[in-house]
Design a protein around this ligand. Sequence first.
Ligand SMILES: C[S@@+](CC[C@H](N)C(=O)[O-])C[C@H]1O[C@@H](n2cnc3c(N)ncnc32)[C@H](O)[C@@H]1O
Length: 295
Amino acid sequence: MARAPTDDTASADGASAEGVTVASALESARRSLLSQESAALDAQLLLAQALQRSRSWLLAHADATLDSATRDAFAVLLARRVAGEPLAYITGRREFWSLTLAVNNAVLVPRPETELLVERALALLPKAAAWVADLGTGSGAIALALASERPDWQLTAIDQSSAALAVASSNAHELGLSNLQFLTSDWFSSLAGERFDLLVSNPPYIAESDPALLDLALQHEPRTALSSGPEGLDALRVIIAGATTQLLPGGWLLLEHGATQAAAVATMLVAQGFTHVRCHADLAGLPRVTEAQRT
Ligand SMILES: C[S@@+](CC[C@H](N)C(=O)[O-])C[C@H]1O[C@@H](n2cnc3c(N)ncnc32)[C@H](O)[C@@H]1O
């Protein structure tokens, strides 16, 4: 990995002749990243990664010069970001809820709006002990957030992708969380006979023909994590139907979906006999999470 300068002076390999400082490297990177929403922050996180330093170190050492190994490492990281690769895949980390999760391109990068599922799960089930399943766990984001907040809950996290489950179980190990089990499963296929107080899922829900899938960032993420059927409703339909037998009486189903899918999701839930169907808006005011109860 790249070497960090040990102080604010040039390193011994001639970097001073080039005069590339932390500040000038960041400014030049910011300009090449202008198409990204958070160009300045991305530049800082990438240079921090190349230097194996914190962002606060960068800010305190704006005049420090970079040695050639650091400059090369930074250029490689920057090129990946300019090509549209999500920052989280480059740094290998993503913050979700109160946790830092390892991620790679086998899993969806956890999104801030998915934290609404965690909030609603905690609000719906205040009781101490509960059986909860996270369907399509990916990096484990939802299951791990719930396991950390509710040590008395038993979490079952499933995914059809064994590569994703490897990431999720490694995250659980790194976070020291043991109230979870991870299972390879095509939705409910490995859960026969099990009943839960709460089923939570952020399934794939983008329509297969949605031009949003052409977005450069989305093209780096697993397609099976993103799209599901012509209207994006196939996975949601399977989960809603299966939940009728996998939930305990009075149990809750909590689903993330697209902003235009709330009505279709509510219709499917009512058709399957769910009650207390209620949709919640995300921070952008969009209807993105629906809950319903099995009575
Ligand atoms: C939108 S991602 C959500 C990942 C994670 N829960 C999150 O919120 O960041 C959907 C997940 O569902 C998984 N998945 C897709 N089809 C599945 C299936 N038939 N059975 C189980 N999991 C599936 C994908 O592998 C992916 O990890």
